[in-house]
Structure formats: C-alpha cells, structure tokens
Ligand binder design. Structure first.
Ligand SMILES: Cc1cc2nc3c(=O)[nH]c(=O)nc-3n(C[C@H](O)[C@H](O)[C@H](O)COP(=O)(O)OP(=O)(O)OC[C@H]3O[C@@H](n4cnc5c(N)ncnc54)[C@H](O)[C@@H]3O)c2cc1C
Length: 704
C-alpha cells in the first residue's frame, strides 16, 4: 500500500509458482498504486524445480532452493494467505480457501502448477510420494534420506523428471546398499532424442538405477510396488513422477479447460477476462507446449504486463513461447546432460554451467533489492535517531514502553466503589450487585496485510486478558482502522473482519455487540472485551513462594515479526509464529483456573510481565532458561541481533539480567503470547504448558 492513495482494485495471485514468484518481485519494484495484492499458497516456502534433483542428491541444502513467499509477499506489499484455493465463484468474484472467509478479486491470476498424485493407483495415496508439488516432496525425501538404512526406492514414471530423481536418490544413498528402480509402462525417456536417451540410459546404469519397462503398476504398498504381472518390487519410498495432472478443483470453476488445464489465449487470459493463468496449470491454446519451468519463467514479464494492463488500461502483450528449450538434466553426481533439438552433450562442465544458471535465478528471488524510500534531506533533529535502522514493529512490538505507561497511569485516581481492581492488572474488575465483570481493551498495529489473519490475532490477543483473569468471555466491541479503500474494498474487508471476529469470539461463547470503524493511515484492529467472573479473579497479586511458574506458549513472536517486517524472516518461522499466535487459550485458561496468579505475556515480554506478578505478590522468581519454550527461529534471529522496537524499553524496565542467549528473549514483546501462571505443586497442568521456574521469597528475577 502507498500512503495516501486509496486502494480501489483487488489483484489476487493464486499459487506461488515460478511465474507468480517473478511477478511478485517485479511488482515490489514497480507496484501499481491503488492495487491491493493478495497471494494465496498452501505453504510459506515453495521449491525451485531446477535445483530439486541437486537437493535430492545432496548437492544443495533445502534453503538453496526455497522460494520464500513470505519474504516475496512483504517485498511486493502483498498479503499472503496460507491455504489452498479450492474454488472460484466467477459471478461473485470470490476465491474460496478452507477455514477463512472467501477472498474477493477484481483481477486474478492462477499459477498453481500441477500434481503428480495418482488417485487411481491403488495404495499410492497412502504410501506414495508425488514429485509435485515439490515442497512436500522435498520434505518427505529429506525425512526418508535421514532415517532409511537400506534404501529401497521406486520411481513410477520414466520421463526426464523421473530419471533425474532416481539418479539423484541413488547418488544420495550410495554406499548404503540402495536399490533404485525406474518404472515405466512403456519405455523410459521416450520424450528425448536417441542420443540424449542413450546417454541417460548409460548414466542410469552407472548410478545403479534399474529400469523396469513395459510394467503396469497394480498397487503400491508400504514396502513394495506390485506390478500387474505379479512381480513385487521392494520399495519403502515410492515416488510418483508419471506426468503432470491438473488440480482437480479447477473442474468446478466454470473456466474453459483443456484436458483439465486452464485454456488461455496469447495474452495468458482465460475464458473469464478478469482471470489469467500461467505456468504448468495453463494450456497455451495458441501455442501448446510441454509442461516445463522454462515456459513458466518466460511467461512472467508478459503476465505482469497484462495484469497491469487489466488493472489500469492499456494494450496487452502476446506471449510467444519458444519452440524448444535447452534441457539441462543432472545425472546424480555433479555431472549433467544438455539436450536441444536432438543434440546432446554431457559432463561435469555442464553441471557447473547449470549450477550457475540456477543459482543466478534463485538470487533474483532470494536477494531482493532494498526499496526503502530515502528520507528527505531536511528533517527535524531527532528524526533519524527515532527512526533508527529498522521500521516500527507491529503488534505488541509497537506498544508504548512500561516506564512511560506506568508514569501516565500513576496520576489516575480510583474513586468509584464498584471498581474492584487497581489499574494495571490484565483487565479491570467491575462489580454490579453480586455480579463481577472484567473489561479490557487491546488494539494492535497490523503485523500482516491480511485483515482476516490480523483480526484473528487481535481477537485472541484481546481475549488473553479475560482468560488471564479466569473470566468467561462475554461480549466484544470491534475497533477498526482501515487504510483508505474504495467502498467495494471496504465491504470485502469488513466482511472478512466480521466473519473472523464472530468465529473467534463465538467459539468462546462471546458475542460481538458493536464497534467503531474509521479510515486512517494504516490498518489497526482492536477489541474491547468483557468477561464474567464466577469466582474470584486470578489476579497478579496472589502468587506464593514455591509456586511453579508455568508458560503456555513459546516465546519469540516479537523477534520473528520484527524480522519479517524487515524482510529477514524465514517463511516457515513466520508461518510457525502465526500458527502459534492464533491458537486460542480458553481451554488452557480453564485448566489453570486454580492458579494463584496469572497474566498473559504480551508487550513487556516475559521478564516484564513476570516482574508484574513479583511486584504485586511481594515476591521474586527464578527462571530455568533451558525450560523456556521458544518458537523455531527465535533464538537464531535474536542471536543475529534482530530486536523488536519495544525491546530497549523492556530491557530498561527490568535491569540486571544478563545479555545474550535466551535472556534476550525474556524482553521480546509477545503478540498473542502465552499465559504465565504461578501454580501450586498439585495443580494438573494443561497440555503443552511448560514449567519454567519458581516463585521465590527473595525479591528480583534470577536465571539459572
Ligand atoms: C524433479 C523435477 C525436475 C524438474 N526440472 C525442471 C528443469 O530443470 N527445467 C524445467 O524447465 N522444468 C523442470 N521441471 C518442471 C517444473 O517443475 C515445472 O514446469 C515448474 O515448476 C512449473 O512452475 P509453475 O509456475 O507452473 O508452478 P510450480 O512451481 O509447480 O508451483 C505451483 C505453486 O502453486 C501452489 N499451489 C498448488 N495448489 C494450490 C492451490 N490450490 N492454491 C494455491 N496455491 C497452490 C504450490 O504450493 C506451489 O507453490 C521439473 C519437474 C520435476 C518434478
């Protein structure tokens, strides 16, 4: 989003395939003002096919071939929705994604690749591993490679991909008594010319791969591939590489298909003028081509141009795919074969050439240019220092520091007799006759461009205060600031926000009773929540010396979100943090209802919130740093010096603790953090709760 310019059109990129990855990069360098971009993909990381065989063989790490969609989405200013698109409503202009409100679009592009699943082959769904999508395949392979002693591998489908994969697997498992078979119902490598085919056959032989030709597979079991002629080939890792199947859900979209692939014209436009398609999932009606990454990659500039034309007006470009392309096929070890127009050469030099091409391609997607706009030359004194090196965090990382807040609260007086708690606990306790109600408010600067995810985060975060008091959520008021949007985009956004808010609060038995919306510089979402108390609130002040300290979620959201905003967050770490953040804690809080003291760990970090319990209870605490659960990626990012905006103030508020290691993460502001409870020895802990230390008579915080 660009400040001040209203967003009036929704562009949705379905799938983070090779074409869309390049489109996202180019979009980030030259976005069209007024367009809100959404990317939908089931996973935060997608794999580059060119380097997959090299990864399987052990020449590359997984990171080498990861296309990080979280980073690319941040770079493109896009929201990323992690989930598979599963339907398209052409009339309502909506894309369905399970578990969330549908996503509206004005212009849409589909680049979801293909699948090598074999739904009709008995046992394949249970025991087989489709080579595509590449991400899940590479994870399954890595797990097998690290665990199998005597590898028994069968690759079904003797095309180039199957041959490359079988040689790569044989290479990775060499010296471990591996048996690798390449099975085809016809002859292997039929699509290649005679020279290339015979060279690759020789390479397969050298690699110890046994071709099994004119063989029909009848069934895949956990330890064998059974052929129709009765033979059973031992296999504990069976790969499906037999051709490219279109994703089945496309059949229900109403788009014109060709053998299940989206038929597109020379402008990459489908039968619906607002919907484009590219890569393997598209059928180029004007120039049919085999499914290959090279066509997906070359389509990117044309797709980008035509998407921009659809959004702004202007002429379209035609995609003229090349007739043939240079196939560079790796042969297990660091040696490759090049084939074009029937000519073939092979050797180590070609592998090095392929490696250079592949790495160059990946650098484009992994090393994104810095697009930060420079500051004007003349700014007020202090502006540069205040801005610092990093952008302002979202979520709790954007909170005002503890010292500033407590100084502001110190001036408040408590005059009413029906307010039963001092300011500063998680929620205020109000009394009405015999009834007691808690009330709290939380409001967050967006940590994601996705209003639905942000609503879920803000709702869970706000509920944390009610849960921490031991109250049952009752009612919620929404307070929402949206960036400037056209009425149509406002309506789409509001529909997503309200659907998610209703779902999250409804699951806790609470209702949305109203709210307030306005437009402002950026998206912020908050909730005022009330809860009912059936028993005494679990206040900060009730901890007893000797109590176990229990934490119900891992630490690290602050550092991971800070890294993500700076384009340094690894996609899987960020996705892990999102998943943890939106995990509700109602059941956990109910299991901890007998705690002596409880709070939710939020902006002031574990150290700050624990200090609050200590100060209110007149005690100290000892933390076992080795027992504190941490989100994957948090220690690495913290050690690399990534800090949330609020970190320095959190550190200053609780002086005296050591620097480095886990100690630094005690000051990491948490969004939707876990519950921190002081509980007696006898209390049964909820699943996932970690005992991280004890309350002590001696004041202050200590680490061991
Ligand atoms: C082992 C192997 C090696 C190969 N080597 C080469 C090579 O060297 N050169 C070459 O040109 N080609 C190669 N290919 C072919 C190449 O992989 C594909 O042509 C290329 O990946 C196609 O890119 P794409 O843009 O269509 O989508 P893909 O790269 O396949 O990506 C599709 C994306 O869509 C996402 N997705 C899937 N379903 C959904 C959904 N429902 N909703 C949202 N997102 C979804 C996936 O998660 C994925 O991120 C190879 C293939 C294999 C299997």
């Amino acid at each position: 989003m660009q400040a001040g310019i209203p967003e009036t059109r929704d562009l949705v990129l379905v799938g983070g395939g090779h074409t869309h990855a390049l489109v996202m990069r180019s979009w980030g360098m030259a976005p069209v003002p007024g367009v809100r971009v959404t990317v939908i993909d089931p996973g935060p990381l997608t794999a580059y096919s060119g380097m997959l065989p090299g990864f399987v063989a052990g020449h590359y790490s997984r990171g080498d071939l990861d296309i990080d969609l979280v980073k690319l989405a941040r770079f493109a200013g896009a929201r990323l929705i992690l989930g598979p698109a599963c339907g398209l409503d052409l009339e309502a202009r909506l894309i369905e994604v399970p578990g969330r409100p549908p996503v509206g679009f004005d212009v849409c592009s589909i680049d979801i690749g293909v699948t090598s699943e074999m739904p009709k082959m008995r046992g394949f769904a249970e025991h087989g591993h489709p080579a595509k999508p590449l991400g899940p395949f590479s994870r399954a392979w890595a797990a097998y490679r690290d665990s199998a002693d005597a590898a028994r591998i069968a690759v079904i489908g003797g095309g180039v991909a199957g041959a490359e994969l079988s040689m790569a697997m044989a290479h990775a498992m060499r010296g471990r008594g591996a048996q690798v078979r390449l099975i085809d119902r016809g002859e292997i490598l039929e699509e290649l010319g005679a020279r290339a085919s015979s060279r690759l056959r020789a390479a397969l032989h050298d690699a110890g791969v046994e071709p099994v030709e004119r063989a029909d597979v009848a069934e895949v079991t956990a330890d064998a591939v059974r052929l129709a002629d009765g033979r059973a080939l031992p296999s504990t890792f069976t790969v499906g590489a037999a051709g490219a199947r279109p994703h089945g859900w496309l059949r229900g979209t109403g788009l014109d298909l060709h053998d299940g692939f989206i038929a597109v014209d020379a402008a990459l436009r489908s039968s619906d003028p607002a919907i484009f398609a590219a890569g393997d999932c598209a059928h180029l009606a004007h120039a049919p081509r085999p499914k290959a990454g090279v066509y997906a990659v070359r389509a990117a500039p044309v797709l980008l141009h035509n998407i921009k034309a659809a959004l702004t007006g202007g002429p379209e470009r035609r995609y003229r795919p090349q007739k043939d392309y240079l196939k560079l096929i790796s042969m297990g070890g660091k040696s490759a074969l090049a084939e074009r127009n029937g000519r073939a050469v092979s050797g180590q030099l070609l592998w090095r050439w392929k490696d250079r091409i592949d790495r160059k391609f990946m650098r484009r997607l992994q090393e994104l240019p810095d697009m930060t706009a420079p500051l004007p030359v003349h700014v007020a004194r202090g502006v540069r220092e205040e801005l610092g090196e990093a952008p302002l965090c979202g979520g709790c990382g954007a909170k005002v520091g503890w010292d500033t807040l407590s100084a502001a609260l110190a001036g408040l007086s408590q005059r009413r007799g029906d307010i039963a708690s001092p300011p500063g606990d998680d929620a205020a306790v109000l009394t009405f006759g015999g009834a007691r109600q808690v009330i709290t408010v939380d409001h967050l600067r967006a940590v994601t461009e996705d209003p639905a995810l942000m609503t879920r985060i803000a709702a869970i975060h706000a509920l944390g205060d009610v849960w921490a008091m031991g109250a049952a959520p009752q009612a919620a008021l929404v307070s929402l600031v949206l960036p400037r949007l056209s009425p149509a985009l406002q309506a789409r956004t509001m529909a997503e926000v309200m659907a998610v808010a209703e779902e999250v609060f409804g699951a806790e038995g609470a209702e949305i009773v109203g709210g307030h919306t306005s437009m402002g510089a950026e998206m912020t979402i908050g909730f005022t929540v009330t809860g009912l108390l059936e028993r005494d609130p679990v206040a900060l002040s009730g901890a007893r010396a000797g109590d176990r300290l229990v934490l119900t979620k891992p630490l690290g959201t602050g550092v991971i979100l800070a890294a993500e905003m700076r384009g340094r967050g690894r996609g899987d770490w960020v996705a892990g943090a999102w998943t943890m953040m939106v995990r509700p804690q109602g059941d956990t809080a109910r299991a901890l209802a007998g705690a002596h003291a409880m709070t939710d760990v939020t902006g002031f970090g574990l150290a700050g919130h624990l200090s609050g319990i200590c100060a209110s209870s007149g005690l100290g605490a000892e933390l076992d740093t080795g027992a504190i659960p941490l989100l994957p990626g948090a220690p690495e990012l913290s050690a690399a010096g990534v800090r949330s905006s609020l970190y320095p103030q959190n550190r200053a508020a609780v002086p005296g603790l050591p620097e480095g290691g886990v100690a630094d993460l005690l000051f990491d502001p948490q969004t939707c953090g876990g519950l921190l409870a002081a509980v007696s020895e006898g209390l049964t802990l909820p699943p996932g709760a970690a005992v991280i230390g004890r309350m002590t008579e001696a004041p202050g915080l200590r680490l061991r």
